[in-house]
Design a protein around this ligand. Sequence first.
Ligand code: THG
Length: 367
Amino acid sequence: MVLISPSRRLRRTPFSEGVEAAGVKAYTVYNHMLLPTVFESLEADYHHLKQYVQVWDVSCERQVELRGPDAGRLMQMLTPRDLRGMLPGQCCYVPIVDETGGMLNDPVAVKLSEDRWWVSIADSDLLFWIKGVVNGWRLDVLVDEPDVSPLAIQGPKADDLLARVFGDSVRDIRFFRFGIYQFQGRDVVIARSGYSKQGGFEIYVEGRERGMPLWRKLFEAGQDLNVRAGCPSAIERIEGGLLSYGNDMTDDNTPHECGLGRFCNTHTAIGCIGRDALLRVATEGPVQQIRAIAISGDPVPVCDRVWPVYSNSKRVGQVTSAAWSPDFETNVAIGMIRMTHWDDETKVEVETPDGMRPALVREKFWI
Ligand code: THG
């Protein structure tokens, strides 16, 4: 890979100045925005995340705001997850599907009030789909992308760091709940969530001018906690089975294939788009599904295309994400595996750019 050419289309974030001062070494592009991928090294960043606390510029998790009397009805049209019991102050991981049951995105829905929601999106232009639905159904909702940028605080010391900046009550925020806190005299939403299994928070920073002041405050407060700039870990998220839209799944996959059937209540999610298609796949069951895969041998190269998976020279699936795990001393991977080979401990072969490797399908991820 060579350098990324900056341009207006490739949006910077409210924290880019801090990210660059912290020595970011590589970026990817996500929702047309910069997302850091490496600071010290993939492995050093990973070890640090598991021991201390990191501040992640995940501004690229853009919000689609739904505002108006039909906001709740619209949200339920967008997802097969039954949201009737969801209260303001709660977050929900929600598969979003099209009329064929194909995955369009896997965002976190944040219910601010009955008529105001944020949809914290993965990497696809969900705003356009939502605007289409609103206009097609003539719903009374305003849909736009507000100036809101999530900053994630992740790692075992995340509670200690945030308690210093926002007070001890942040310790009481429950998983996938949020509270309203104050920064520079204005409200900020702080949720216990984030794209790692190490625990932590996401601060939804409203107004880009408040980005760098908050960034600086967190680093001042956390000096002795060994706080560092970080980013979603390509290794840790595979160990934890956190899926990446566009990599591990696309609109060719149903939520059931993605192992997201537990977030679908297709029978009771009346009015959701794709309901008929999903009712069919829910009864029949998927014929392929996401699995953890342990690939033997030396560290594999970066996985930037699908790696075919074989058994007795017959194709039985594909690997879509892979990385060497220092803690588990094997290559950890995520793939889509046909039902004939998806049982725990099934032996398969993965065609990596470095050649064929023996591998084991696993029913559980590592963390
Ligand atoms: N946080 C926020 N927005 C996001 C992400 C995030 N948008 C993009 C991307 N990440 C969306 N994808 C995911 C994938 C997994 C999770 C959240 C968003 C996640 N999953 C947990 C799990 O699978 O263990 C918990 C799910 C649950 O139990 O509800 O957290 O990270 N704001």
